[in-house]
Design a protein around this ligand. Structure first.
Ligand code: FUB
Length: 305
């Protein structure tokens, strides 16, 4: 093949399953990471919920070598890892992070607390890192009405930030140990929402990533919601609204994650993609994410399933 054609093919190459569910099993709330030379995708386990509510008590792990085929690692962790959690506490959108040889797992437990677990390997076994919630609505000032959907960004200077929350987005600095709060929980200000669309506001699923010195804050606008984004020169904000990343889906929740790896950016989301799918039976899929020359995110338009 001509060298240019080869280069083009390489540039266009993406997950073979782009736009298709990564698994025949229902799953949601993707948290993808490049760990140890492979890919680890932590998820909410929709296949084990009642089908009428997000009441699963376990999280699911998928692994891949190439983002194309995914191996189901099973229900690798449940809320029972946190002895302070009620046995039927809901296990919602998880997150993971790596630092200093340890893997940290952050997860909403029961809708009012965030737990942190730690392991020597990305697949675990994880154990409760501190024996108490990392964030607790009843304990922590400004934790918000529903401290859920944690996501962590470790900045270039080593400072880790955790964002979370519904209706009002929250941000807090994490200690270097990744299992303590290193400052007050603050609201994230987002300015410049389009005045002609009252539905454009913060809902849930906060996600911070950094590109070329700019902090991108993406989130769902509500129930149902679009994934939109705003940018700032500071992780703490304020953020200026920029536009839509993913339009409304067929389901009541929209929840994204962005993976930057080897010079490429991948957009993970969930939708009702499998037979029998719906708002409580979601499926994770992947699309490439691209930017315009001015740094704007180009809207992701998945192929209809
Ligand atoms: O999976 C339960 C909840 O649905 C998550 O916490 C939200 O982000 C939404 O995706």
């Amino acid at each position: 093949m001509h060298r240019f054609a080869l280069l083009l093919a390489a540039l266009l190459a993406g997950p073979a399953l782009a736009g298709e569910p990564i698994s025949p099993r229902f799953n949601a709330d993707p948290s993808p990471h490049a760990f140890k030379g492979g890919y680890y995708l932590y998820a909410t386990d929709d296949a084990s919920n009642s089908g009428t509510y997000w009441d699963s008590t376990t999280w699911r792990l998928y692994t891949s070598k190439d983002l194309k085929t995914w191996k189901d690692g099973g229900a690798f962790l449940g809320v029972s890892v946190f002895k302070w959690a009620k046995p039927d506490a809901k296990a919602w959108a998880p997150e993971a992070a790596y630092r200093n040889g340890k893997y940290y797992f952050y997860a909403p437990v029961g809708g009012d607390k965030i737990g942190v677990a730690v392991a020597d390997r990305p697949e675990g076994p994880f154990h409760d890192a501190i024996g108490a919630p990392l964030v607790d609505k009843a304990r922590d000032a400004n934790a918000g009405a529903e401290p859920i959907d944690p996501q962590v960004l470790i900045d270039d200077d080593g400072q880790a930030y955790m964002v979370f929350g519904t209706r009002v987005p929250k941000i807090v600095k994490l200690g270097a140990d990744m299992k303590s709060l290193a400052g007050p929980i603050q609201d994230i200000a987002v300015t410049g929402f389009p005045s002609d669309d009252p539905k454009k506001k913060y809902g849930e699923a906060p996600f911070l990533h950094k590109r070329q010195g700019v902090y991108y804050f993406s989130f769902s606008t509500g129930w149902p919601g679009q994934i939109v984004y705003a940018t700032s020169k500071s992780p703490m904000g304020p953020y200026a609204y920029r536009g839509v990343v993913l339009d409304y889906l067929k389901i009541s929740t929209n929840h994204q994650a962005i993976l930057q790896d080897k010079g490429k950016t991948w957009f993970f989301y969930h939708d009702a993609l499998l037979p029998g799918g719906g708002s409580h039976r979601r499926s994770i899929a992947i699309e490439p994410l691209s930017y315009a020359p001015d740094g704007s995110i180009l809207e992701v338009r998945p192929k209809p399933p």
